[in-house]
Structure formats: structure tokens, C-alpha cells
Design a protein around this ligand. Structure first.
Ligand code: GCU
Length: 408
């Protein structure tokens, strides 16, 4: 029943979005200017000045929006199991069990790791999934681990897969593995809900357990932990010689696009970030005036953020600073013409607001002239296509065009 309700809500949102395509008209610019004076720190005019500024902004964004990710402990691979899976013939597939921490604090998550056959030093795309790793494979083979306790309702039954695909795109559950192998990319997928459930009832106790002694109103939300899980995945994947540790990409869609953008901002080891339709709390300005409001996102998904975010952000904080913290590394911001809920115009304005940092650091900046301008050689790349929220084959074509020019 709940699943059907969610799907209906998705359909209604898509229809509502089609009625009013996003536009840049009357949209606020990003403020404050990213290189202007900030809390007593003088204006930034050089890369050295940015090296001083970046940690201040990082702290301030964590304080205001996400909370500070708790220490999850060291990541170790406990088990590696070879798997033969449909649709992955060009890859060597394995399932890794990754342990975080030790003793009574330990946690685990499972990762599907695919390396192109014969790969050495391949670029690698690390992906967080909306459903389980099992649902990334055609037919949901039982040999692939599935977290069952905290799966979002629409992911629980494979009967809904065709419906999800129609509403959210052919590639909503996972990538097309063989084209990735042919282009020379490795891929690692995991479901971050194994560590902090994507659920308003189950997440708060899980977050509290990860942050003993941290007062409730200062706790990190799920996105901070999910962002850190990208780094934990990096820790174990980067020592595998089949992959190139200098060419690891953090990929996320929507809620996990919020996490991938934060992962890039917190961890300079990521060579590039793809944040597709990351919306409010992601690439879109908190002060954006279209789409989801802060009240709406924190009303439904308060556990994604630190509690203070529900009261709004301080006047000197906004999401262009988050994009800028990824500079000079390339970032792709994906959107859909009908995905008004994720406020594409607010993301466009944020990208424009981050541009001065890219240019200051000698990287190509954000050159898109409008909401349809795809310039894959830019530092911050704008990608928009028809239709709404979801991941399509066309999206992956754009992602790989972007990556081919950046990490190959
Ligand atoms: C909801 C939420 C968005 C989020 C999206 C998703 O629609 O309001 O902020 O990005 O879920 O993760 O798909």
C-alpha cells in the first residue's frame, strides 16, 4: 500500500513538474560571493588564500547543514566472493564484505565490485544505490546480498521493478555494466542504508549509536555518514591494483548525489564527482525559490541532516560553497527539464557561484549559458535532458562523455 502511494506521489510530482519547466528567470544568485570576506577571514585572491578559506567553509557547512561525520573506524575487507552475474560479462565481478571499526562498534556493508576483464589501473566509479546491490542486477539474483530491514518501500519487491523503471528511468537501480567495461571503467556499488538506514524511524537510533556523547541537536545526519562511506569505500578499493587510485569518481543520484557532492568536498582523493539531480541539500541553493523547500525536505527527511538545518541556514552559508569545495576537481551536475522538485535553476545558480574558485585554481570553470548547455570540458559541467527525476541511458552517455575527458 505504502509502495503504491509512493509511486503515485512520484507520478503526480512528475506531472506537476511537466506543467512548469524550470527557468532561470527571477531566481536568486548565490550569496555571499564565495571569495568575499567570511567570518573575519579577508577576501580570497590567490590559491593560498583559498587553502586558508576552504577548511573554514567546510566546517561552517557541516555545522549548518549536515553535521560532522562520526568516526566509523578503519575499513577492512573481510570477505571477497567471486560472482557470475547476468549483464556483467565484460567484468570480473566480486562481492566484498567491508567491516568498519572493531569490537562492539563494528559495522558492515556489502559492495559489488566490477573490474573490466584484464584491467590494470582502470578508472573507477563508486556508486551509492537507492535500493540494494541485488536490485542492480537483472532478476535480483539471491547470490547478491540484500539488506532487508531498511530498504525503501518501492525497493522491497522485484514486482515493482518494471514500474520503477518506467517512472525513474532504465538505469535507476544500477548501471549498464558491459558498456562500462568496454569503455575501461571499473565500478563499485553499495547501499549506504546498511550503515544508516534510509528510514525516519530506524535512522535516528542508528545515528545516535554512531555518535555517543554528541548532543542530539548537534548530531550528524545520514548524508554526512553516507558521504563518509564513499571515503571508506575508497580506502579499500584504492589499494586494488586493478584500479587507479588517482581516478576514482564518487557517483550519486538525488539523496546520494547530496552525499557524493559532500564526499568530494570532504575528501580530496576523489578525482571527480557526479551529483545527478541532487536538489535541496545538494547542489541547489538553500535560498533557491523553486522546488522543494527546506521545511519540506526536513519535514520528510529530517534525519538526513543535522537538526539545525530545519531552522534554515545562516546568511553566509549556501550550497555554492559546497560545489566550490570540490574545486579544482571536475563535478557534473545532472538535471531533468521536468524535475522541478530538485530546483535545477537553484543548482545552476550555485554552479555559477562556485565558478570563481575553479578559475582561481586555474581550472576551467562553469561556462553553461543556460539550462540546456552541456559543455563536458568545463570544470563544473551542467547536464540536462528531457523528462524528470531518475537515471536514464542518456544520462550515462553524458556521464561517460564527461568522465572520458577527465579521468582517462
Ligand atoms: C525526495 C526528496 C529529495 C530527494 C529525493 C531522492 O524527493 O524530497 O530531496 O533528492 O527524494 O532522493 O530521490
Amino acid at each position: 500500500m505504502k509502495a503504491r502511494g509512493l509511486i503515485l506521489a512520484g507520478l503526480l510530482l512528475t506531472l506537476a513538474a511537466c506543467a512548469s519547466p524550470p527557468s532561470l528567470r527571477n531566481q536568486p544568485d548565490a550569496t555571499p560571493p564565495v571569495l568575499g570576506a567570511f567570518r573575519g577571514d579577508p577576501p580570497v585572491a590567490s590559491p593560498e588564500g583559498w587553502a586558508r578559506r576552504a577548511p573554514l567553509l567546510r566546517e561552517a557547512l557541516l555545522d549548518a547543514v549536515y553535521g560532522h561525520p562520526p568516526d566509523l573506524g578503519a575499513a577492512t575487507v573481510e570477505a571477497r566472493e567471486p560472482l557470475t552475474l547476468p549483464g556483467t560479462e565484460g567484468m570480473v565481478m566480486e562481492q566484498w564484505t567491508v567491516r568498519l571499526g572493531d569490537g562492539s562498534n563494528r559495522r558492515r556493508f556489502h559492495m559489488l565490485v566490477g573490474a573490466p576483464k584484464g584491467a590494470a589501473h582502470a578508472p573507477l566509479i563508486v556508486m551509492e544505490l537507492f535500493c540494494s546491490t541485488r536490485s542492480a542486477i537483472e532478476g535480483r539474483p539471491p547470490s547478491v546480498f540484500e539488506e532487508t530491514a531498511a530498504l525503501p518501500a518501492p525497493c522491497r519487491s522485484h514486482n515493482l521493478d518494471p514500474v520503477l523503471t518506467v517512472i525513474l528511468g532504465r538505469r535507476i537501480s544500477g548501471p549498464d555494466f558491459d558498456p562500462l567495461a568496454q569503455r575501461g571503467y571499473g565500478v563499485a556499488l553499495f547501499y549506504p542504508g546498511e550503515v544508516v538506514p534510509d528510514d525516519p524511524v530506524l535512522a535516528p537510533p542508528a545515528l545516535a549509536a554512531l555518535q555517543p556523547g554528541v548532543p542530539a541537536d548537534k548530531r550528524a545526519g545520514a548524508i554526512a555518514v553516507w558521504a563518509d562511506l564513499f571515503s571508506k569505500a575508497y580506502d579499500v578499493l584504492s589499494v586494488d591494483p586493478r584500479f587507479d587510485a588517482t581516478k576514482v569518481v564518487a557517483w550519486g543520484h538525488s539523496r546520494h548525489g547530496k552525499a557524493s557532492l559532500l564526499a568530494g568536498a570532504l575528501d580530496p582523493r576523489f578525482a571527480a564527482v557526479i551529483a545527478h539531480q541532487s536538489g535541496r541539500g545538494g547542489a541547489s541553493l538553500s535560498r533557491g525559490v523553486a522546488g522543494e523547500t527546506i521545511a519540506q525536505i526536513t519535514g520528510s527527511y529530517g534525519f538526513w541532516f543535522t537538526p539545525g538545518f530545519a531552522r534554515g541556514v545562516p546568511a553566509d552559508i549556501d550550497q555554492h560553497q559546497l560545489i566550490a569545495l570540490n574545486a579544482p576537481r571536475p563535478v557534473l551536475l545532472g538535471t531533468g527539464n521536468s524535475d522541478a522538485w530538485s530546483d535545477p535553476a537553484g543548482a545552476f545558480k550555485a554552479a555559477k557561484g562556485a565558478d570563481p574558485v575553479y578559475r582561481l585554481l586555474g581550472a576551467p570553470g562553469f561556462g553553461a549559458a543556460d539550462l540546456h548547455d552541456f559543455r563536458p570540458a568545463d570544470g563544473v559541467v551542467w547536464w540536462s535532458r528531457p523528462l524528470g527525476h531518475g537515471v536514464t541511458t542518456a544520462d550515462w552517455t553524458a556521464f561517460l562523455t564527461f568522465l572520458d575527458g577527465k579521468v582517462k
